[in-house]
Design a protein around this ligand. Structure first.
Ligand SMILES: [Zn+2]
Length: 99
């Protein structure tokens, strides 16, 4: 006699970082754990965090430039400038091209 198996409904298109739902094509999967997917925005966030840690461990000129950009970005976010109507749009667009 077989026991009824409990089926757990897990969304495979949910970002494991922010929890939002995305199309499969808008997720990045981990190599050894393909069940884990993160959206592009969270993937960028994680990449920037990894770069910040690496820059702290191995100081370089390019790392100092990234650090200066991080400081400006944090200042913009602290002042909520990225949510202002006109300048916010420009700042968010600019940020897509920054390391
Ligand atoms: Zn996400």
């Amino acid at each position: 006699m077989s026991e009824p198996s409990e089926t757990v409904q897990v969304s495979t298109t949910q970002c494991w970082c922010c929890g939002a739902e995305f199309d499969e094509r808008d997720l990045v999967r981990l190599g050894s754990h393909p069940e884990v997917g993160v959206c592009f925005g969270c993937a960028r966030f994680l990449q920037r965090g990894a770069a910040a840690r690496q820059d702290a461990l191995v100081p370089t000129w390019s790392g100092r430039v990234r650090g200066a950009i991080r400081s400006v970005r944090n200042g913009v976010i602290a002042r909520d400038l990225h949510n202002r109507p006109v300048v916010g749009r420009f700042l968010r667009r600019l940020d897509r091209h920054l390391p």
